[in-house]
Every structure is written in C-alpha cells, then in structure tokens.
Ligand binder design. Structure first.
Ligand code: NAD
Length: 459
C-alpha cells in the first residue's frame, strides 16, 4: 500500500498535469484511447490468463464480457469525440440580442475510479475510457480480491502512460479510504450498495460529485406468452455466466403458475446442455471469488427445495448451478442480492402481483420480462422503476453501448457507456457571449420611466 503522502502527491501531480491543458485537446484524447486499445489487444492473452486465475473465467466469457466490449467502447469514443466536444448552441432571448448562448462540455479535472472484482478488467477500464474521452486525468483503484487482473492493469496503465495523467493504485479498504480523503473532481464507484454509502458520505464532505454503479436484486418475470425453450436458455446463460457473479444477473424468477413446470423442465435441460452432467468439470463454468463469498452463498442453500444442483466443493470455491423452488419472500435468499449461482423461483397468478412484489422492494438495477404480449410489456415498463429493462433476454442490454447503463434509487445513481460516459465525466458549462453593439440602456438605473417600455417591448 502506498503511504498517505504518496497518494496526496500523486493527486497533486495529476492536478498539475491537468492544468497543463494537454488533456483538453481532442487529438490527445484520441491518441491515448488508441494506445489503450493497442495495449489491450497486445496483452489479450495475459488478461485472459489473469481472469482465469482470479475467477476461473473461461476465455470465451473473458473475451466477450471483458475485452471485446472495451474495444468497441474505445472505437465508439474515438469516432464520436469530435461531435460530442462541440458546443451546443441554444436560443437567446430577445433582450440579450445581439448575443449567443451555448453549452460547452469541459473536463472536470482529476477523477477517481474505484472498481470491483466481478468483471475486474472491464469495470476498471470502461469508466477510464469515459474519463479520458472527456479530457480528465484519472486514478483507478481496482479490487484487491482479483490481484492477477490488478497486476495486468498496472502493467498496461502504469508502464505505458504518464502516471501524472492516469495511474492505477492497488490496495484494499485502507487505500480506498486514503483516496477518499483527497479532493477529486468526480468519483466513479462500482460495488455494493453498502460501500456506495461509504463512498457517498466521504464525497459529500468535500462536495465531490459521484456516480454510483451499485447492485441489488434484479427480478426476472416469466409470463405465459413465450418461447419456453429460448426463455430457459437465456435465463440460464444470464444467471450462470461468471458463476452468477454479475450485477445484472437475474437474481430470482417470478414465473406465471401456468407455465412453471414446463419452464423448470426447460431450465434443467438448458443447464445440462450448457455445462454437462457435472458442471464442475466444465471449463465454461466459473468459481466463487473467495471463501467469504463461498460461505455466504452456501448458507443460502438451506432455504427452500433444491430442484437442480446444490453441490459444493469448498476447497475449490465451487457451487454448482442451483435452482431452488418453494421459496418464501421471508427467506434469507430473498433479502439481499445473491451474487452467485443460485436461482430461487417464486410464482404468480396475475402480472399485477409480480409488479407489486417488485415495487415493495428497492429499485432494481435491471428488470427482465419474458413475454410476447405487448400489453404485459407496457404494464411492466410503465409500472416499475429500475436502472434498465431487458425484454425477452437477460444481461444483453449491457452490450448496447448506445444505452446509458446505471441504477436508480438503491441500485445506484448516474450512468455511463458511450455518450453517457462522456457526459458523466464532463461538466456542461453554460456560456452567454454578448456583443458591445446595440445597448438600449433600458436595464440600467435610474429606472424611472423604463418599466412601461420593458412591459411594452419585452412583456
Ligand atoms: P468489492 O469488494 O470489490 O468492492 C468494490 C471496491 O470498493 C473495491 O475496489 C474495494 O477495494 C473498495 N472498497 C472496499 N472497502 C471500501 C471502503 N470502506 N470504502 C471505499 N471503498 C472500499 O466489490 P463488491 O462491493 O463486493 O462488489 C459487488 C457488488 O458490486 C454487487 O452488489 C454488485 O451488484 C455490484 N456491482 C455493480 C455493478 C454495476 O455496474 N452497477 C457492476 C459490478 C458489480
């Protein structure tokens, strides 16, 4: 861990660097993004190896969810940056003519990015892309729970970029707390709602704006009018990807009673099809991050009736893909975000019951609805509030980089990806530019006799 004074020095140096003005230049930002992309391409196999060591992630998932998406985001930024940095001209009221009014995006300064362990590469780099595109300097604090990936991040960033511009600082809770004492211009945090509160409290002391990308229980409603086989496959994929450790994984199912048995059969089949008879032997199935989370998840296996899975291998932090039926909303598994490969199933008779169930709980990061019935789709969209919604699929909305990604209420505040990232790391400055030409003097004292003219001319 770096000493307190070192952290202060790094932040000071970054502030000095920011004031040099290089980061204001669009060409500079594009070059830095291009360099980042080239390094990621060059280090792809190292990144994949590190993710495998940290999370048992397979190459396929690592490429899709941690590398490809990042390359796409960089291309998106480079291609759109010239358009996004332009001032946006707005109407000027008659009394201010001749004059022009415009909104000018401007970098905020030095930003802090604190990232979690579940997608330890992409969740550190994705916000960095936005920070660079918007013209900021940045410090990234990756999760201490994924040390191999963290080391690759250090190699990519600290060895190839000016560290007065961008830098990775490794460390755990203490390092985060030291960083949070510094005066940043924006803090971008991804992690649990409990840590989000700590970050926001620290930021509030210095009035630092925050983006909080948090988590929570994301429900998945399955209605009658569906393709059962495809629905089951899409649920199983989204839930057991990264061994269930995805912030937008379906946390629990709310299934229409009439199709519940058929859906369960299709889910069982899909699990077998994807991961074989023994998922422990599947190279496509991941592991739980550490003992603490393994133990936490293992205790959840005692609620309800396990109808698929339930196997654990403690020495390997392995929990098989598990489906639990006969679940009551009072059970521990229905209290907090599961964040692991356990899927509880509840059922409903009318869609209004499912909506009411969701609305009695904190706003989710995502809500999934499987239904081809347009009325049901409208009902769910209009009557629930969540960060995002996926209709007839799970998790895939994350890959649409033209959609802002973020939570609402307890699942977070602010958003990013694409233009939303650029906006998050920019200050939109309002500017009025007047001309010296044509001054009526109507607004200046002495006011006597002028009000009637104001009313007559301007209303
Ligand atoms: P974590 O334990 O890796 O913590 C996140 C970061 O906070 C780490 O860098 C950690 O070092 C730091 N940290 C630890 N203690 C801290 C403290 N006292 N003050 C400040 N920072 C501190 O990750 P986690 O919180 O277990 O992550 C899992 C959660 O993150 C889940 O709730 C998940 O839903 C959520 N998540 C959300 C998103 C999203 O995009 N919305 C993405 C991934 C994960």
């Amino acid at each position: 861990m770096l000493k307190t004074e070192n952290i202060s020095i790094i932040v000071k140096e970054q502030n000095k660097y920011f004031l040099l003005g290089d980061t204001q230049k669009v060409k500079f930002r594009q070059q830095q993004l291009q360099q980042l992309k080239q390094l990621i391409v060059k280090k792809e196999s190292e990144i994949v190896k590190a993710l495998n060591k940290d999370l048992g992630k397979c190459q396929f998932e690592s490429y899709l969810s941690e590398i490809r998406i990042i390359k796409k985001e960089i291309d998106n930024m480079i291609n759109n940056l010239r358009k996004w940095v332009k001032p946006c001209y707005v109407a000027t009221p008659i009394e201010q003519v001749p004059g022009t009014a415009f909104i000018q995006p401007q970098p905020k300064g030095v930003v802090l990015i604190i990232s979690p362990w579940n997608y330890p590469f992409s969740l550190a780099i994705m916000p960095l892309i936005g920070a660079i595109a918007a013209g900021n300097c940045a410090i990234i604090k990756p999760s201490e729970l994924t040390p191999h990936t963290s080391q690759v991040l250090v190699k990519i960033i600290n060895n190839h970029f000016d560290n007065n511009y961008v830098k990775v600082i490794e460390g755990g809770k203490e390092t985060s707390q030291q960083l949070l004492k510094e005066k940043f211009d924006h803090i971008f945090f991804t992690g649990s709602p409990d840590l989000g509160k700590i970050v926001m409290e620290a930021a509030a002391k210095q009035l630092i704006p925050v983006t909080l990308e948090l988590g929570g229980k994301s429900p998945c409603i399955v209605d009658k009018k569906i393709n059962i086989k495809e629905t089951a496959k899409r649920i199983v994929w989204g839930k057991f990807l990264n061994a269930g450790q995805s912030c937008i994984a379906p946390d629990y199912l709310l299934v229409n009673q009439q199709i519940k048995l058929q859906l369960l059969e299709a889910i069982k089949k899909a699990i077998k099809e994807f991961y074989g008879e023994n998922p422990f032997q599947s190279s496509d199935y991941g592991r739980i991050i550490n003992k603490h989370h393994f133990k936490r998840l293992s205790t959840l296996l005692t609620s309800g009736q396990i109808i698929v899975g339930g196997q654990v291998i403690p020495e390997e932090n392995y929990i098989s893909p598990t489906i639990i039926d006969q679940v009551s909303s009072e059970f521990p598994i229905m209290q907090d975000e599961i964040f692991g490969p356990i899927l509880p199933i509840l059922d409903y008779d009318k869609i209004e019951e499912a909506i009411a169930f969701i609305n009695q709980r904190p706003n989710p990061l995502a809500i999934y609805l499987f239904s081809n019935d347009k009325k049901q789709q409208k009902k769910v969209l209009e009557n629930t509030l969540s960060g995002g919604v996926g209709i007839n699929d799970t998790v895939m909305q994350y890959g649409v980089l033209t959609l802002p990604f973020g939570g609402v209420g307890k699942s977070g505040m602010g958003s990013y990806h694409g233009k939303a990232s650029f906006d998050t790391f920019s200050h939109y400055k309002s500017v009025l530019k007047r001309s010296f030409w044509l001054e009526t003097n109507l607004r200046f004292p002495p006011y006597q006799g002028k009000l009637k003219w104001i009313k007559r001319l301007l209303g």
